[in-house]
Design a protein around this ligand. Sequence first.
Ligand code: ADP
Length: 480
Amino acid sequence: MVQELRVLFLAAEAEPFVKVGGLADVAGGLPRALSRIGVDIRPCMPLHATIDRSQFSLDKLATVEIDRKGLALKATVYECIVNEVRFWLIDGDPVRAAPGVYGDVERDADKYAFTCVAALQACEALEWIPDIVHANDWHMAAAVMYLASVRRKGRVWRDTHSIYTIHNLPYMGAGAQPILGAYGLQPQSSPSVPEALLEMPMTQGILQADWISTVSPNYAREITTAEFGAGLDPLLLERHQHLSGILNGIDLDIWDPSTDRALAQPFNPSNIAARESNKRALQAKLGLELDPRIALVGLVTRLDHQKGVDLLWPALNGLSIDAWQLVLLGTGDDQLERICKEQAAEFHNRVRVVLQFDPELARLIYGGSDMLVIPSRYEPCGLTQMIAMRYGSVPIVRATGGLADTVLDVDHSDKGNGFIFKGYNPSELRVALNRALTCYQSPDRWQEIQRNGMQVDFSWAHAASAYQELYRQTSTLDVS
Ligand code: ADP
């Protein structure tokens, strides 16, 4: 029998334990899909203090001692099995000192470096040595660095290879550098990297990993250019033969409009008309005029510079069709929150802004809005356009990163499922909104577009096979 591939998978957040953004969807959904096709995968993360322990059954698996600058720190590794996937959750002083998933960068760096080292040491203690260490984003780059150092030293890790996945390149972990040193993790040098970026965890993950991946084919190309490379484009270009883009999926059991209890009325592609009850429920909940003919536009987003919400407000002025309403659900940057509030007051008769993290409302927006706008400056993959399509809300997106890989413009394809604009400016977004609002006036055509979106298979199955293949290939690379 072929030996199952063993994979230690490290990410800062994962469903169902804790979620801040799309990484949690990925670290919940991908391991599950991989485990279904026979990969022995252990997703691993800190036992963040914000995780509600009473919801999960945690079994103590191992205790290891980590050296941080000569100080011995105790790490306890718990196992929690969810949907037959064996998650590892790691506890210890650095984890408790940084309660949120993301906060103060030095404390976060300490928590994540500690988790990485503890996870690899636990593998040794349990005599479960993975074929692949798969680390995600700057937080977990320490796992790649640690593997590189132990692989040089001894036999135990000789055959293990590393994959480093970039979910968001500009977040490099600035400020984390001294902490890595405290755990004995050494930076590698490279003439292709500006000195200021060299020791950042993101850079070191890219430099020291055996293979690099990112979350869409288009973003994999984009990050080798100066516009999207955030200063690491020369390095990424140099390593392009070891760089691939695999499109994320969504968990079709978690995102299922035919069973979603947050909806007023479940529906599927053969009864799209039932969505109208959800739109009505959404309009009623937000105190908007109850009229099915008014196009209801949604946004579900982190309020971050990346997400391009600043394009939205000027684009709304001077739309050619007046029958529209808008709801924005988001949290994040203080200044962006303040601007959103001001704009909601400006358009008080038709715009609602909800500055919360509210998964239930997010679901009602996906299932009740007519369109979902995603005007991102850059978007490594983006999940909300896929969720929106599955829920019959038509995406209006900027042609960047994974948005360009997942949305087909209705004017360019028979299978068109959304509206795309290219340039990062309000007038191009306004043109796309106008096209969508005009199209919305033709209900039969609109339903066809909705159905096209609902029928796309965004399951994790495709990504899982692609990662399995990548694991196989990477595990045979000669790195001696
Ligand atoms: P990112 O990871 O950059 O935030 P993605 O599109 O990859 O963006 O994933 C966003 C995920 O977070 C989606 O599952 C979306 O529904 C969810 N989300 C974002 N903001 C909110 C919010 N305010 N309330 C509830 N869910 C949200």
